[in-house]
Ligand binder design. Structure first.
Ligand code: NAD
Length: 394
C-alpha cells in the first residue's frame, strides 16, 4: 500500500483528502490544527458579524472514514530528495506527497510592517485583530487619544476591501457600546495601485467604492505605504498617519518551506508544477493552492484563490489515484467561477459564471456559496450543524 501524505488542511488539502476518501484511497493528513477554517471569510468574525466558532469545522467531521488518518503536527521542513518531511512530532516518510501548505504574508520588505501591523490570515489572527480594536477603542474614554479611533488598512485587494466593509458595519455598534464619538472614528484604506479590486470590471469597482464611502470608509488609491512605525504609517507622499490599529492586507506569497526545500520557484516562492499539478522537480510530489506555480491556459500563473486550491485538490486526488492504478493522469483545467466581494453583511459586488451582481443579491449569492461549501464538506448534516453561522453574534 502506497504511503500518501497530505500537508495542510486548507481549501486545497481538504478537497484532496475528501476526493481521496471518496476514491477509497488511504492517506495521512498532517495539519497544525484539528480543524479546517474558512480563510476567505475571516473578515466576517474579525468585524464581529458572527462568532468565531462558526468559521471552522473539526477535521474528523469532514473526513469520517477509518482509513483517513489525521495527525495534528506542524510541518517544519520538506526533504523531497529523501522522500521525507519533518514535523514538530518527528520525521515521516512518504511515497506520494501533496503539499497544500498555503501562504504567508508578503511584506515587500516594507520596514516595520511585520513588527507593527496586524494581519488577517487565520482564526487566531482574526480574533487578535477583533480584540485589539475593541480594547483600543474601549480605552478612549481614559485618555481621549483620537489615534485610538483610527484604523488603517493597507491594501485594497479582496482581503482589504471585505475587511473594510465589515469593520465599517461594526463601528456604529462599537461607538454606542463604549460611548465614543462616531464622527471621530476613522477607517482608512490605503492602496498603492490606481484602483481597488483590480479583478472586477470598472463599474463594479465604482459600486464597491460608492458603498464603502457611504459607510464612512476613506479609500485612497495611488497611495503606497513605505514604512510603519509603532502606531504610525509613512506614505510615499511623505505624509504620515497616526493610528493605533494598522492592518496589512498587501498580498501573499507561498509558504516559505517550499523555497527552503529547493523547489524551482517563481518570485512569489511558489513551486513550479506541470499540467498535472505535479512538481517539475520531484515526480512523486504534487503541489496545490497558494504554494503552487501553475500556468493556466492563458499563459498566466493562477492567482492564489480558494476556488483554485479546491479545484487543484480534486485534480491531484484523481491524478494520484491514476498513478496508483496505472492509468494516465489528466491535465488540470482551472474553471474560474468568478469573484464575489462582500461589503459588510448586507451588500456586495461581483461576477459569478458571467453573471454580474451587486447590492443585496450579491450578498445573498455569497451566503449561497457558503452553504454550498458546507454541503460539499459534509452534506446537510454540516449545514445544520453550522446554521448558527447566519445568526448575528450575541
Ligand atoms: P492582493 O495581492 O490581492 O491585494 C493586495 C493589495 O495591496 C494590492 O492591490 C496591492 O496593490 C496593495 N499593496 C501592495 N503593497 C502596498 C503598499 N506598500 N501600500 C499600499 N498598498 C499596497 O492580496 P489579498 O487581498 O490578500 O488577496 C490574496 C489572494 O487571496 C487573492 O488572489 C485574492 O483573490 C484571494 N482572496 C479571495 C477572497 C475571496 O474569495 N472572497 C478573499 C480574500 C482573498
Amino acid at each position: 500500500m502506497a504511503n500518501l501524505l497530505i500537508l495542510g488542511a486548507g481549501y486545497g488539502g481538504i478537497a484532496a483528502a475528501k476526493a481521496l476518501e471518496k476514491a477509497g484511497q488511504p492517506f495521512t493528513l498532517i495539519n497544525k490544527h484539528e480543524y479546517h477554517y474558512f480563510t476567505t471569510l475571516l473578515h466576517e468574525p474579525a468585524g464581529g458579524r458572527n462568532k468565531f466558532e462558526e468559521y471552522s469545522v473539526p477535521l474528523r467531521d469532514v473526513l469520517r472514514q477509518p482509513t483517513s488518518e489525521i495527525v495534528k503536527a506542524r510541518v517544519t521542513e520538506l526533504k523531497p530528495q529523501g522522500n521525507t518531511i519533518v514535523t514538530d512530532r518527528g520525521e515521516l516518510a512518504y511515497d506520494y506527497l501533496v503539499i497544500a501548505l498555503g501562504n504567508a504574508p508578503e511584506y515587500f520588505g516594507i520596514p516595520g510592517m511585520q513588527e507593527h501591523a496586524l494581519v488577517l490570515r487565520s482564526l487566531d489572527t482574526a480574533r487578535q485583530l477583533h480584540e485589539h480594536i475593541e480594547k483600543t477603542f474601549a480605552a478612549w474614554q481614559e485618555d481621549h487619544d483620537d489615534t485610538r479611533l483610527c484604523i488603517v488598512v493597507g491594501g485594497a485587494g479582496l482581503t482589504g476591501i471585505e475587511l473594510c466593509g465589515e469593520l465599517a458595519d461594526w463601528m456604529p455598534e462599537l461607538a454606542a457600546q463604549y460611548a465614543l464619538p462616531l464622527e471621530k472614528i476613522q477607517l482608512i484604506n490605503l492602496e498603492a495601485a490606481p484602483t481597488i479590486l483590480p479583478m472586477l470590471e470598472e463599474d463594479l469597482r465604482a459600486e464597491a467604492l460608492r458603498v464603502l464611502e457611504s459607510k464612512g470608509v476613506q479609500l485612497r488609491t495611488g497611495t503606497a505605504i513605505v514604512k510603519v512605525n509603532r502606531n504610525q504609517v509613512e506614505l510615499k507622499t511623505r505624509e504620515t498617519i497616526d493610528a493605533q490599529t494598522i492592518i496589512w492586507t498587501g498580498g501573499v506569497r507561498a509558504n516559505p518551506l517550499i523555497e527552503q526545500a529547493g523547489f524551482e520557484v517563481d518570485p512569489k516562492g511558489r513551486a513550479k508544477v506541470n499540467e498535472f499539478c505535479q512538481s517539475v522537480d520531484f515526480a512523486n510530489v504534487f503541489v496545490i493552492g497558494d504554494s503552487a506555480w501553475f500556468t493556466g491556459a492563458d499563459g498566466k500563473p493562477l492567482p492564489p484563490t480558494g476556488q483554485a486550491a479546491e479545484q487543484m485538490g480534486d485534480a491531484v486526488a484523481q491524478n494520484i489515484t491514476a498513478q496508483l492504478q496505472s492509468y494516465p493522469m489528466r491535465p488540470f483545467r482551472y474553471n474560474n467561477l468568478g469573484t464575489l466581494a462582500s461589503l459588510g453583511a448586507e451588500v456586495g459586488v461581483g461576477s459569478v459564471k458571467g453573471v454580474r451582481t451587486k447590492g443585496v443579491s450579491a450578498a445573498l449569492m455569497k451566503e449561497g456559496s457558503k452553504a454550498k461549501y458546507l454541503w460539499h464538506l459534509g452534506g446537510l448534516r454540516m449545514i445544520s450543524q453550522k446554521r448558527g453561522q447566519f445568526k448575528r453574534k450575541g
